[in-house]
Design a protein around this ligand. Structure first.
Ligand SMILES: [Zn+2]
Length: 231
């Protein structure tokens, strides 16, 4: 997926590399949802519910804890993007580069443009109305520093198309994640009996998917990195 060559990263785009990135994206997406879930449990006093793509605060959660819970997911995504960018700046490498984009923080400006997303919802809950464009512009600008660091970390040859590709690579996943979530623990659950069993109010089927994504990513990235270092 990536290799350091001369004065920048070279990102050889391969099928294992793309799959590893999509698994990392799934993991970051879950970190966002589980961020909502556990923070909500903390400030609301009890856990709500969570799926691959959504969460819900516990019934009766008061207004402020509920708003903070909704903000916490985007905060997790922001922290992943910025922490990865800081790491990338001090020590350029494959993993940090992947995390900047797998955080999908750079694409969070899109849902507000379509009238959705946590951030716009929070703005509405606080009584500021439907500031679609304002929220989208703020999110777009907030995402620029990590993107600039990622851009600068790339080797000049192939920089444009590599950057463009990884920028849009999360989009198909984000488009289909609700459909995937329905298969894991929602209305179309493949194993409905198992999906109804929960641990910390997380469906067991979702936990299995999380473990599969993490193990799959570790195995694939290990193979990719060893292949790259052998070159
Ligand atoms: Zn969220």
């Amino acid at each position: 997926m990536s290799n350091r060559l001369g004065d920048g990263l070279v990102v050889p785009v391969t099928l294992p590399g793309v799959i590893a990135f999509l698994l990392l994206l799934g993991i970051c997406y879950q970190a966002h949802e589980l961020g909502h879930h556990f923070f909500g449990g903390l400030v609301c006093g009890r856990l709500g519910t969570v799926t691959l793509s959504t969460y819900e605060s516990a019934d009766g959660c008061r207004r402020l804890p509920d708003v903070l819970t909704e903000l916490f997911g985007p905060f997790v995504s922001l922290i992943i993007a910025y922490a990865a960018a800081l790491r990338l700046r001090s020590r350029p490498g494959l993993l940090a580069f992947g995390f900047v984009f797998a955080s999908y923080f750079h694409l969070r400006f899109i849902p507000p443009l379509m009238g959705g997303g946590d951030e716009l919802d929070v703005v509405r809950k606080l009584g500021f109305g439907n500031l679609h464009l304002t929220v989208a512009i703020i999110l777009f600008l907030l995402a620029l520093p990590p993107l600039a660091i990622a851009w600068r970390s790339l080797a000049a040859p192939g920089r444009w198309w590599t950057f463009a590709l990884i920028y849009v690579l999360p989009l198909p996943f984000l488009w289909y994640v609700d459909a995937l979530a329905a298969l894991v623990s929602g209305s179309k659950a493949v194993f409905p009996a198992l999906a109804s069993i929960t641990l910390l109010r997380i469906p067991v089927t979702l936990l299995v998917v999380d473990v599969v994504m993490i193990v799959g990513f570790l195995l694939l990235s290990g193979v990719i990195l060893s292949r790259e270092s052998a070159r």
